[in-house]
Design a protein around this ligand. Structure first.
Ligand code: MSP
Length: 485
């Protein structure tokens, strides 16, 4: 029998008691943009959905604050690295709060707790001789915070950051990656580390065909970092400590019980740009220290803006706060996740947002909620709607497999059908005391309650308002959910 990824994912999701979900931790050299918002909203949908099913959830996000890139940006801004990080980390937290992200913990890699945990981890690797000293000579791209090979360059430049990488020659400590590669490969092959979607699993396995070699876990000429406990002249390579946020946040260094509670079934979400770190290096590091590897890694696509890469130099970076100010938090979440299937690459056309907001939210969901509530308010028969779980259950597989786009589509089809029915039956032409009118409105309002349950992970505030409006003893029209733009 061929067990599909999806089936595996569902079984995994169903068997778990605790759900630990993470986003990447974001570099603070930059302000938050909708790329960061996109991943974090997606993780929030999953976190809220698991909570809704009564599971215990721990949702982790945060900021990645060390390394040459951040130090250079701080210098440019005329600030100390710490002040610079404090300010920018706050911007991320603010943006995520604006988006109503229900994170349980916001980690900063400059947290004392994280630093201590990392030191412990590095010492363990050193003590068991999984790291050794060697000279490093090669090319380093500060934008990637990564070493590049000649082969990876395009016209002598890093293809992602369009900059000539720096030639580095220094003493470094290396991790014996090669020792753990066969085991990591096997675990990816048999889905013990479940990499989704399928094309990303293939991509990860493809990496084993290239020359994966031991990699440097320290930097000699960078000061802004966590010193290696066994050689204080070197700091831990920023990627190696950043990955450890996923375990330091739950108590790897100081709270074994809590760590074991959450490290049963970790689920990492990110975009495909950081696949190698999460699918190869991270599992290998964990195997080395004798811990479990992540169970599921989901790598979504990258989006462009009007066909172009989102970048400061092009000037097309979208600030999530601007979207929230214009559309509100729920509509921003909706607009971000409804553009293209999660997991694929896609394009975002901001000028279409107004149109979509008006069509789907103002004239669609918002309109039917107001109209039905208004008709019920005028009604002279008793109306007591009750929702069902049918729609929620219908989209259950879509959400557990992160097909958010499909789930949203199904919900909005129901909304559009309800609007159609209303248009056909025209209850406003019936007498306010007509029993048929009352029953019809009761049915539509009940369906709206079902919609609110299904839509909750995507649009938590809207769901709460719909629920509140139709659960009251006296139903009133209320204010519009989405005033037209
Ligand atoms: N600090 C590292 C991650 C360390 S995790 C242990 C990092 N930070 S980052 O700020 O560059 O964030 C990268 C992530 O931001 C991507 O993996 C993705 O989640 C999100 N995105 C950034 N731009 C994006 C798009 N244009 N499209 C989709 N996601 C985007 O890498």
């Amino acid at each position: 029998m061929i067990v599909s990824h999806n089936l595996n994912a569902i079984i995994n999701n169903m068997n778990q008691k605790n759900f630990f979900i993470t986003t990447p931790i974001y570099y603070v050299n930059d302000r938050p943009h909708i790329g960061h918002a996109y991943t974090t909203v997606a993780a929030d949908v999953l976190a809220r959905w698991h909570k809704q099913r009564g599971e215990e959830v721990f949702f982790l996000t945060g900021t990645d604050e060390h390394g040459a890139k951040v130090a250079e940006s701080a210098k440019k801004a005329g600030k100390t690295p710490k002040d610079f990080c404090d300010e920018n980390s706050r911007l991320f937290r603010f943006a995520f709060d604006q988006l109503n992200i229900s994170y349980d913990y916001f980690i900063r890699t400059t947290d004392d707790r994280h630093e201590k945990s990392v030191a412990k981890f590095m010492q363990k690797l050193y003590d068991q001789e999984d790291i050794y000293e060697s000279m490093y000579e090669g090319l380093y791209c500060t934008g990637c915070e990564n070493f590049l090979t000649e082969k990876e360059l395009v016209d002598g430049k890093c293809p992602d950051h369009l900059k000539v990488p720096e030639k580095i020659s220094e003493k470094n400590y290396f991790f014996k990656l090669t020792k753990y590669l066969p085991q990591v490969k096997k675990m990816i092959e048999n889905d013990e580390i479940l990499i989704m979607p399928k094309d990303k699993k293939k991509e990860a396995l493809g990496l084993f065909k290239q020359d994966l070699s031991d990699f440097s876990v320290s930097r000699e000429n960078v000061q802004w970092g966590i010193p290696l406990p066994f050689d204080k002249k070197q700091v831990t390579y920023v990627w190696v400590e950043a990955l450890q946020n996923y375990i330091s946040a739950i108590g790897y260094g100081d709270d074994r019980e809590n760590f074991e509670k959450w490290w049963q079934n970790p689920f990492h979400i990110m975009a495909k740009d950081i696949l190698k770190f999460h699918c190869i290096y991270w599992p290998a590091l964990l195997l080395a220290v004798g811990e479990k590897t992540p169970k599921q890694v989901f790598l979504h696509g990258f989006f462009s803006i009007n066909g172009q890469k989102m970048s400061k130099s092009i000037g097309n970076v979208i600030d999530p706060n601007d979207l929230v100010a214009k559309y509100g938090s729920d509509a921003t979440r909706y607009l971000l996740l409804s553009q293209f299937p999660f997991g694929q690459d896609g394009d975002i056309k901001q000028e279409k947002f107004d149109e979509q907001f008006n069509a789907d939210l103002a004239n669609g969901l918002g309109n039917i909620v107001s109209r039905v509530a208004n008709l019920i308010e005028q009604s002279e028969t008793k109306i007591k709607p009750t929702g069902s779980d049918e729609l929620f259950n219908n989209i259950s597989n879509d959400i557990s497999e992160l097909r958010f786009h499909d789930a949203i589509k199904k919900i909005f089809e129901v909304i559009s059908d309800l609007n159609g029915e209303l248009q056909k039956v025209k209850p406003w032409e019936m007498s306010k005391s007509d029993v048929v009118r009352g029953e019809f409105l009761n049915k539509i309002a009940s369906e709206l309650l079902s919609v609110s349950k299904a839509i909750m992970p995507f649009m938590p505030e809207t769901a709460r308002q719909i629920e509140e409006r139709f659960s009251k003893d006296t139903i009133t029209k209320g204010t519009p959910l989405f005033p037209r733009i």
